[in-house]
Design a protein around this ligand. Structure first.
Ligand SMILES: Cc1cc2nc3c(=O)[nH]c(=O)nc-3n(C[C@H](O)[C@H](O)[C@H](O)COP(=O)(O)OP(=O)(O)OC[C@H]3O[C@@H](n4cnc5c(N)ncnc54)[C@H](O)[C@@H]3O)c2cc1C
Length: 457
């Protein structure tokens, strides 16, 4: 009992006040009403939806405040969590169990003691290591503050041309947002199709959708530098051409933000993210990690991976928070499920693609089908392409990708559920899925693809 009392008084410090950090802090508060909890967040916001930034930049969401689930004031007043924005953690001193913090408003620095520490520092956009990459007008999008900066640039500088460097989903969502704002948008991507999380044949459908929207694609081209005028970006230079740009958005993906952990020698995995147990504990006693900065166990590839998604970050936060509060929760793993809307298409993926299977040495077969989102005669029926991948020999389903019009993408959740349950392709065919003409053909496109895949296997 006294140990328990002691742990209730032991302060928790959380570094990073967004999805993972605040989910954990809120969970700890729900479990332990007296526990001192301090959250340091270097940006001005807590619990914001980075996922909503493209829609704020594109104008579908008018006010940035609508992207904030809970403000620092709400955390302080309602949850009694000491959420301090504009505070950056500079060092972790684990021997003395304290962090060094800088107040970014007045430059004041101080040490804050902790009993338990949660590192929830997220990920940062990758920047190309080429001349001019620190020019103004080049934006990596990650925090709400970075989204505000893009929209401010649109209003104040009135750019006409934009180049997105990198064809990851964030870059594509931003490209669409900038088209909506009336800019001429080009996108430079080193690979032969955009959306590297899809197999190339499925990525080609997304490339086509972007072109239809008016985005000029420069595929199989690499950005080699940025031209600048008085410190501002004016063009993107690739290995083949120079593209004029009043605004550049980086869509090269993210890397885990782990530099603080290096001082404490917290183990990292092959992905570069922090290695954590299934209870989200790092290799250093008393330090936990959650969200984009931490690894997850991939249930299909059976490897540790970093998947930078809000879905994972929130669940990580819940598990870390439960355990820090003395409970016993386990994060079982992920299958890598993601969905986005790119122009008129919904795009979804889960598990492993054909190309990933090859790289991992998994003997697989794939089947791709084209079908309709609704019964053919029902108004609004439109194209959906489903690709499923299965393992030869075992017949195990290993992944799925979907590109289609409205109503297509959430079908990926059926595939994700089947993957999580370790189902075979035959078992997927036999699932008792729903049907009525406004929702699908009588055989759902996922099951049509499964039948085709069963033959291929
Ligand atoms: C444009 C965009 C669209 C997205 N769309 C989707 C989507 O549709 N679906 C989906 O699942 N995911 C999406 N994501 C990903 C999702 O937003 C992230 O996976 C999620 O926010 C990760 O949460 P996190 O708490 O781990 O990290 P973050 O949200 O990055 O939060 C980390 C916080 O830590 C702070 N921080 C870092 N270092 C310090 C320090 N030293 N001191 C103090 N504070 C620090 C940062 O300022 C940041 O606020 C999107 C991301 C972006 C950028």
């Amino acid at each position: 009992v006294s140990a328990q009392r002691h742990s209730i008084k032991e302060p928790v410090v959380v570094i990073g006040g967004d999805a993972a950090g605040m989910s954990a802090a809120a969970k700890i508060r729900r479990e332990q009403s007296e526990r001192p909890i301090v959250v340091f967040e270097r940006s001005p916001h807590t619990s914001y939806s980075a996922c909503g930034i493209p829609y704020y930049v594109g104008g579908q969401v008018e006010h940035a405040r609508d992207l904030i689930a809970r403000s620092p004031e709400t955390f302080r007043q309602k949850y009694h969590i000491d959420a301090r924005v504009h505070h950056e953690v500079m060092h972790i001193d684990h021997k003395q169990q304290r962090v060094k913090v800088r107040n970014l408003e007045d430059g004041d620095e101080f040490w804050e003691p902790y009993g338990k520490l949660l590192v929830a520092t997220g990920a940062v956009p990758k920047r190309p290591d080429v001349p001019g990459s620190d020019a103004s007008g080049i934006f990596g999008v990650s925090t709400l503050a970075s989204g505000l900066a893009v929209r401010r640039h649109l209003v104040q500088e009135r750019p006409h041309t934009a180049v997105v460097v990198g064809g990851g989903y964030i870059g594509l969502e931003m490209a669409e947002a900038l088209v909506r704002r009336g800019l001429h948008v080009a996108l430079v991507e080193r690979a032969s199709e955009v959306m590297g999380t899809l197999d190339r044949d499925m990525g080609a459908l997304v490339s086509a959708a972007l072109r239809d929207t008016g985005v000029t694609l420069y595929l199989e081209e690499t950005a080699t530098g940025f031209e600048t005028t008085e410190g501002r970006v004016s063009a993107v230079v690739t290995d083949r051409r120079t593209i004029s740009a009043d605004l550049v958005v980086l869509g090269l993906g993210v890397r885990p933000n782990t530099h603080l952990a290096d001082e404490v020698d917290i183990a990292r995995g092959e992905s570069g993210a922090l290695r954590v147990s299934d209870r989200l504990q790092t290799s250093v006693e008393g330090i936990w990690a959650a969200g984009d900065c931490a690894e997850s166990w991939h249930l299909v590839s059976r490897r540790r991976v970093q998947v930078a998604l809000g879905t994972v970050a929130n669940k990580h936060g819940l598990v870390a928070g439960t355990n820090i509060a003395g409970g016993d929760a386990v994060f079982p793993g992920i299958v890598g499920t993601a969905v986005s809307k790119i122009c008129q298409y919904e795009v979804a993926r889960t598990g492993l693609g054909e190309e990933e299977c090859r790289a991992l040495g998994i003997d697989c077969a794939a089947a791709t089908i084209e079908s309709l989102t609704r019964a053919g005669y029902y108004p609004g029926a439109g194209a959906i392409t489903v690709k499923l991948v299965g393992e030869r020999g075992s017949g195990r389903l290993v992944g799925g990708q979907i590109v289609g019009i409205e109503g297509a993408a959430k079908r990926i959740d059926v595939v994700a559920t089947a993957l999580t349950a370790g189902m075979t392709v035959e078992a997927l065919i036999n699932l008792d899925l729903s049907y009525a003409p406004p929702f699908s053909p009588v055989w759902d496109p996922v099951q049509i693809a499964a039948r085709r895949l069963a033959k291929a296997l």
